[in-house]
Design a protein around this ligand. Structure first.
Ligand code: NOJ
Length: 801
């Protein structure tokens, strides 16, 4: 069953049936103001932090689904019939009304055709302004003059997620709203910065700011009293629950069209006035929308492909990068799954996320890297979850306003946690992330930039990376494998002093990446020292972790193997075996064996399971994973994030057909017509898909904010299509199915544009026979070219003579 389709021309996903079993969401805003919005216009906005600076309210996991939202009601003032431009909240009979939703890049359009009135509500946030615009178009397609009333509606939130859900004795009396000169201003009385406004391009006929007045008692957003009676109450009040509605009456003659703009912004009425003046001009709205489109086109242009695989092109060229960028912007805590209960940056997640976007968002990558570097302790482990401002020297200088309620101030010693809270993998991801950024930007000086440590002192970026490598070298268990500590990549594998194979493999990987950098910088002493260490790590891994047909996942503190053929449950794990190969630890023979075991035991048509067989017996020496239902999340679901690791590992082994088979299994695009099983958005990777041990096998959960986005993007662009970088050149090393005749990629790198044409005349899966740059044969890598120049690179796959 399908609910919509991909419109590649417009880079939109078009939902033709709004009665989807779950909400399909989109993200508006690319800087500080953000709205998470569903295909039924349910959702919420916040400014900078979904925890502290909430603007509109959201009743998560509620009944009915995903209320309230950013709604526009229409009312026929003759018949008194009313409906909403998005299908919900009024929920007109779908046999009588046509409802579509187009999710685009940082905008959503809700379209409704009902009773001869065509209506479209387009929501977006201009690139450089803290305002959400609601661009409403109406057309009378009938033969009668229509008298209509328009009611845009939103519900304000108390500013802090906790205050919004508890301690109402304070919050109820600390917010107020009023109306002047067509603008509703909402104010958190004791926080001098917390003001929001709602304005429109017209002079309202009536308004409401008190929720209970607008909705009426014992009613919901489905049947608000104000809409039913055709007029608001002009309500204002200090204290209580607030909303914003600006009502407008208008007549539409047959064939007549009109356009109304609404503006929800961060700031005081004065800011609202300026915005009202500006965006009351439709041309300015159009310009802002065009800027937003250009913003995304600019990013996407850094890598575009044309391959024989329609789904791959659709995802890679648009949705996959869009999702990856969204993760970098909002980390993990602003969605319908996490609604701001936590905030800040997860160390490992952020380090992995930035790797994927260094080409499309170098500024943000750099900023995030600095934040992570500042969140590193001098011992070499990262603060697992932190607010960048805690360690930002500029923020520290600012005097902070003391709110009478909320959060006790954080002191350095309660934000810099000890080893017992440290995750063994967190900072290891930062080593390749920093190097990727430098390969992309060419900013070698970044290695020598001075950055503070979370617990005091400072050193160069390069030195930070060494501390990370040294930390893992010191934190070894009895077998010489890295300790698991609180957790490794798998939040639910809690080994403490037990050992994690994955972390030793990651350590080896980070060492190789660092050695490449040190060699490039000519720091021979470090090259020698870390080469020696890498050899030792490899030796221990090969000696202690090989289990006959695959690699172990770890060893508990009591010395029991995890991920071994001798186990009854959790015999084979995906993460350790993929990283054994990616990290270069596994010999060719062992790499083949363990990857074949993955295929045999973990593969399904929906993707690769995280482990097999799922745990049914609790074992706290292994961790929380044994307390999760079988087939869900870390306990034997198809956990999406490590799936691309298997694609990369297969590409390293030259097996393009199998990499593509895995890719196709997980690809959301391929599930477009199976929504009765998948349920979730077909344009977004999800955190996990229920595994074969669960009755809902194939159901995808937790869209958008997952490390899968970045890794899927990286795996396809750098390993399947094979276009990646070293410090001084572009490498083109595809690994594709043999029946692909070739493909093309446009890649921008350091200001030059490369049109890469890959031909596969011999039908191979891997191997490059010849490279021709602008008509001349060259050896890889392709060197950097002059800024602004354009080049053609023809790559002939095949075996070298
Ligand atoms: C989601 C977390 O955000 C991520 O950090 C972790 O690696 C995965 N779950 C696996 O446990």
């Amino acid at each position: 069953m399908r609910y919509g389709y991909f419109d590649n021309q417009n880079r939109e996903y078009v939902i033709e049936r709004p009665d989807i079993p779950v909400s399909w969401t989109n993200y508006l805003g690319v800087k500080d103001l953000c709205t998470v919005i569903s295909h039924n216009a349910g959702g919420y906005s916040f400014y900078k932090s979904a925890e502290h600076r909430r603007i509109t309210r959201f009743r998560q996991n509620g009944v009915p689904l995903d209320r309230p939202g950013h709604y526009v009601y229409l009312r026929d003032d003759d018949s008194e019939d009313y409906w909403s431009v998005s299908w919900q909240p009024v929920g007109k009979n779908l046999n009588q009304a046509v409802y579509h939703c187009h999710h685009g890049l940082s905008y959503s359009r809700f379209i409704c055709d009902y009773n001869d009135i065509y209506a479209e509500q387009r929501l977006f946030i201009p690139v450089n302004e803290d305002v959400e615009l609601w661009d409403l178009r109406l057309k009378n397609n009938g033969s009668k003059v229509r008298q209509l009333s328009i009611f845009p509606y939103l519900e304000f939130s108390f500013h802090h997620v906790e205050m919004d859900n508890q301690n109402l004795q304070m919050s109820f009396y600390a917010t107020g709203a009023d109306y002047q000169e067509g603008i509703i201003e909402y104010d958190l009385y004791y926080e001098p910065e917390e003001y929001y406004y709602f304005a429109s391009s017209f002079r309202p006929d009536s308004y409401d700011t008190v929720r209970e007045k607008f909705l009426g008692n014992y009613r919901t957003e489905s049947n608000p009293r104000a809409v039913e009676r055709g007029e608001c109450h002009n309500s204002v009040e200090l204290g209580g629950n607030h909303c914003a509605c600006l009502h407008k009456r208008l007549n539409l003659s047959p064939g007549e069209e009109t356009r109304l703009i609404f503006m929800l912004g961060a700031g005081r009425r004065e800011a609202g006035k300026k915005i009202k003046e500006k965006y009351s001009q439709a041309a300015k709205v159009d310009r802002a929308f065009l800027n937003l489109r250009e913003y995304w086109e600019g990013k996407l242009a850094a890598f575009q492909c044309r391959t024989p695989h329609q789904g791959l092109d659709t995802m890679l060229n648009t949705w996959n990068l869009y999702q990856a960028e969204t993760c970098v912007n909002w980390s993990r805590f602003a969605s319908f799954i996490e609604v701001g209960g936590r905030t800040g940056l997860g160390y490992r997640d952020t380090a992995q996320d930035v790797m994927a976007v260094s080409h499309s968002n170098p500024e943000m990558s750099r900023q995030r890297l600095l934040e992570l570097l500042r969140g590193l302790t001098s011992q070499g482990y990262g603060i697992h979850l932190f607010e960048p401002e805690w360690f930002d020297p500029e923020e520290k200088k600012k005097g902070k306003f003391k709110s009478p309620t909320v959060v006790p101030e954080r002191k350095p010693d309660n934000i810099v946690h000890g080893l017992e809270e440290a995750c063994s993998d967190d900072a290891l991801w930062l080593v390749p992330a920093v190097c990727d950024y430098i390969k992309e930007s060419g900013e070698l000086e970044f290695f020598d930039e001075m950055v503070s440590y979370a617990d005091g002192g400072q050193a160069t970026v390069y030195e930070h990376l060494k501390r990370i490598l040294d930390f893992s070298a010191e934190q070894l268990g009895p077998n010489g494998i890295c300790k698991g500590l609180r957790a490794d990549w798998n939040d639910c594998l809690n080994l403490g002093g037990g050992e994690s194979a994955l972390v030793s493999f990651l350590h080896h990987h980070a060492l190789l990446v660092f050695i490449e950098a040190a060699a490039y910088l000519g720091r021979e002493g470090d090259v020698g020292q870390y080469r020696k260490l890498a050899r030792e790590v490899k030796r221990v891994c090969e000696e202690k972790l090989w289990d006959g047909s695959w690699y172990l996942r770890g060893i508990t503190a009591r010395g029991k193997k995890i991920g071994s053929q001798e186990n009854k449950e959790g015999r084979l794990h995906l993460e350790s075996n993929t990283w054994a190969v990616i990290s270069g630890v596994a010999s060719e023979e062992r790499a083949r064996l363990c990857l074949d075991a993955i295929y045999k035991h973990l593969y399904s048509t929906y993707g690769l399971h995280l482990l097999w067989p799922a745990y049914s017996e609790v074992d706290d020496n292994i961790g929380f994973v044994t307390r999760v239902y079988q087939g869900i999340k870390e306990n034997g679901a198809i956990f999406s994030h490590p799936n691309p690791w298997a694609w990369i590992a297969e590409c390293k082994m030259g097996r393009g057909k199998r990499a593509m088979k895995y890719y196709n299994a997980l690809l959301p695009f391929n599930q477009n017509d199976r929504i009765e099983i998948r349920q979730a958005e077909p344009y977004s990777y999800c955190q996990f898909v229920m595994g074969r041990d669960h009755s809902a096998f194939g159901r995808a959960r937790h869209p958008w904010l997952t490390g899968t986005a970045g890794w899927a993007y990286t795996a396809v662009s750098r390993w399947i299509l094979g276009i990646r970088l070293n410090f001084d050149g572009l490498i083109i090393d595809p690994c594709i199915p043999a029946d692909w005749p070739g493909f093309e990629v446009t890649r921008c790198w350091r200001g030059a544009t490369f049109r890469i044409i890959v031909k596969n005349p011999d039908g191979v899966e891997k191997g490059v026979r010849e490279v021709i740059l602008d008509g001349k044969q060259i050896e890889l890598p392709v060197p950097p070219q002059k800024k602004g120049s354009e080049h053609e690179v023809v790559v002939i796959m095949g075996t070298r003579p």
